[in-house]
Design a protein. Sequence first.
Length: 745
Amino acid sequence: MSRIGKIARRTFLIGSAAVAGGAAFGAWHVGRPVPNPLRPGAGAEALNAYVVIDADGVTIVTPRAEMGQGVQTTLAALVAEELDIAWEDVRVMHGPASAAYANGAVIGEMLPGKGYDRSDLMHGLAGMLGHLGKVLELQTTGGSTSMRDGFVKMRLAGAAAREALKSAAAERLGVDAAALRTEAGRVIAPDGTALPYTDLAEAAARQDLTEPALRDRSDWKYLGKPMPRLDMVAKSTGTAGFGIDVRLPGMKFAAARRNPARAGMASFDPAPALSMPGVEAVLDIGDGIAVVASNTWLAMRAAEAIEIAWEPAAYPATTGALMAAVEAAFDAEPNSTLRDDGEADTVPAGATEISAEYRVPYLAHATMEPMNATVLFTGDAATVWTGGQGPTFVRNAVAAELGLDSAAVEVHTTLLGGGFGRRGEVDFAVVAARTARQMPGVPVQVVWSREEDMRQDFYRPAAIGRYRGAVQDGRAVLLDARIAAQSTTFQGAKRLTGRDLGGPDKGHVDAAFNAPYAIPNHRVAGHLAELAVPVGFWRSVGASFNGFFTESFVDELAHAAGRDPLDFRIEMARAEWEPAARVLEAVGEMSDWSRPRRAGTGRGVAMVYSFGTPTAIAVEVRDTGDGIALHKCWIACDVGTALDPSIIEAQMVSGAIYGFSAAIQQEITFDGGAVEQANFYDFDAMRIHAAPAFEVRVLEVQERLGGVGEPGTPPAAPALANALFDLTGRRARQLPLIRDFDLLI
């Protein structure tokens, strides 16, 4: 926090080159370079947007938020690998809100195509398109893109800083820079003279740069190996700083209460709250109230005591009516038909036709740390402390709320106590700014109660999948899918950028249209439901429900064909894309799939391609007599290049647990336009005693780097559902599974 506070916006020039996004060379020097936003305090130098050196050593500035996924550890390793600093000396901090840290990989994902079939030309186009991220100031952590965006640019930043330090040392020693080497934060001359980076930083910041060469993988010391997590000690000792931990001199504490039907406020009576000792103010924030008090718990209690008349919701009031509106989307023309192979209207002669409909509910993010933000508004400037996935979006939204230029708003990004896409929104920062505007000169921290957090979420949309298919001679010959749900892409983009997106919504049918299976007649159509229920980016987004739909139906096709579900998938995957077949083979080997089932057990398998990574999960369930237990889970993924195997394994397990939690027992329901769930007692996650034993295998077959944070979630639900069918003979076509199966939770 204190180190972040020393950094402000200012252009730093290295010789004649401006650093754009950490590297002023090659593909990153496009048009007008983005200025380096770093201005260290006295005695420190910013060699580029990612490397700051002061008397204490090197600090690596990361462009992405740490929300438990280990991203800052691997991003730091990318820089440290080239910069040659000892791992025990690595320090890391989140960069300020700036276009210099734009995420180009998110933009590149918008190109058409399935992803796994992308040519070198299309990858190049994606890279060029990614530069729009700077124009849009798209500094965001999401879409499992952090490594795909940073893999080259972060290494280039480390290599550039290394070469600048060598050039500075060469000038001082009067030798050729090519004769120097670097090791453990020092430049070393042929005669053994060692100059610490700290002594060379000032001169290095003045060096002209050329494009540096990156080290070959065979020379990596950190990448490709499990590295100690940089955030682990602080989190284990309770010293880590999350947004909820911010404490400032003179700070006031506040809690908000807003319309649970997501509409306006007609009136309120502040008297019950103002009568409570320690309550200082009840503020009108438009669609609700904020109570300012001497502590957070008091503010929450006071907010609940206020009588408020709410305006009605602008969407159907009940879950049943909402699902009917989603179903009605099938009656309109599809928004997309991104896969249309062969002739999907006609069942081949002699083939066996089957059909099924699947349904999934709305879901909340339910992060462990509730939404919160601290804002200090001085009248002509503002400072924000919060754990957000999009610092530039937070900055711009707070500026708009307070009537300021964006340059007058400074954002400090803390550790995030879980994100899963929820903290990609900005509403919690806007509410804090709206509150602080009425208390200028005083830092105000607004923390949402668990109930407010649950009822003011941007939900994973409810969805319906209607599938028909056919098998012939043991093979799938037809798969025709129609998927209806609200569009998270269109709604989320409108909130964050103010822009209406048009055209086909690729995210809506992700993991369905690009399922890597060779089926001669294969069509996937996406139907968008026009509803005002707030929906947003939930871990794995559309793949979270399309994975369940598609892999459940593929399992039904396998059984209709009289085939083993794993062999059936491997055959189709191998004919389409080899890495998909490999992950299926891996879970088959890990689980000893071909051995006879023990009595009272069932096994299921699923494979989903999402975020650039094919991921297969095999599950074993057991009937204990007291209920069905999820006993074992095997996961195989192909990330192309495993930058940190231990973090990849942890994220695959984390993603699967997130998926199992939703599949087994989670749902958001509505009555009177308001969400009925309030806390973990009625929207619970998988507990340790119910979790299976995990085994993970990380493959590196595919050529391209794949994502890690989200691909473990989509295959979890269908693998479990397919295992339940294997055990009970009953198909699961709706979630949560607890409705139809006696599962131990």
